[in-house]
Write a protein that binds this ligand. Sequence first.
Ligand code: PDD
Length: 294
Amino acid sequence: MSKWAYVNGRYLPHRSAAVHVEDRGYQFADGVYEVCEVLGGRLVDETRHLDRLKRSLDELRMAMPMSRAALGFVLREVVRRNRIGDGLVYVQVTRGVAPRDHVFPPDTVRPTVVVTARPAERGKTIERAEQGIAVITVPDNRWDRVDIKSVSLLPNVLARQAAKEAGAQEAWFVDGEGFVTEGAATNAWIVTADGALVTRSADHGILRGITRAGVFDLAARQGLRIEERRFTPEEAKTAREVFVTSATNLVMPVVRVDDAVIGNGVPGSVVTGLRRCFHDHVEIAALRRSRSAT
Ligand code: PDD
C-alpha cells in the first residue's frame, strides 16, 4: 500500500514528500509538533492536542497555520488515506522557508505544515506492556521551556539512544536538584506504598502530556489520589509501581530504574488497571465521513 503525507496543501506519496532545504525547521528547529493517537481510525483527544499545538505556536509567536476545523480535516484525511486503524498521526508546523537568518522572516512567509501517519506496532507494544520496560536516568540538559512541544529534540534523541545502548527503553531526565523531570518522550510517574499516583507538576520543567491529563481524568473517576510533586530516582527505585505515559505508549509499566528492580519485577496492579481502562474516558472523535480531496 502506498503511503501518503500532507505537505503545504498537497497530499503527496510519502517517498517523495519533502520540504525545502531552507526550511526554518531544518535550519533552526524553528517549529513545533504534535503526536496524536489514532484508535479505530479516529483521533484520540484531538481537542487537547490542538489546544497544545496552539499554545506551542503562541509561545513561538506563530499563528495557527489554518483553522482548527481545517487542520482536523487534514489529520483525518491523512489517517484515512493511509488506512490507519490504530496508530499515530504527526503534525509539524515550522516558521517556513526563507534565506537563513536568525530573526523572523517577513509575515509574507507561510508556515510549513507536514502531516504524516503510521500504524501502531500493536504486537510490540502489548509485549512491552506485559513485560514492563526499563528506564535509565540521565542529567536534564535541556532548555527551560520544555513545556513547548518544539521540534528541537536533540537532548531527547541522545537520551533515548543512551537508553537503548544501556538495554533500556526510556531515559528519565534528572534536574540539577536531583529530581526526575520526565522521560525523553514520556511523562514519569510512581505509585506510592499507599496507592497515590505521583507525577511532577506541569510547570515549565515538563511537557504537559495529553496522556498524563487522561490519567488525571481516569484517576478522578476511579477515586485514585494524585500527588503533583517532584520525586527522585531513589524514591522511584523503592516505589510500589512505576510507569510512563505518552501518546505512543499510553500507560506503560516500568519494571527497572537504572539497576533497581521495581516491586517483584513485573507490572503491578495499579498501572495494569490504568492501562486497561485508559480509553474508557478519553475524547474519541465521532466517526465523520471524510470527503476525498484528490
Ligand atoms: N512524545 N514528554 C515528552 C518530552 C514527550 O516528547 C512526550 C510525547 C510526552 C508525553 O506527552 P503526550 O502524552 O501528549 O504524548 C512527555 C511524543 C509522543 C513523541 O514525541 O513521540
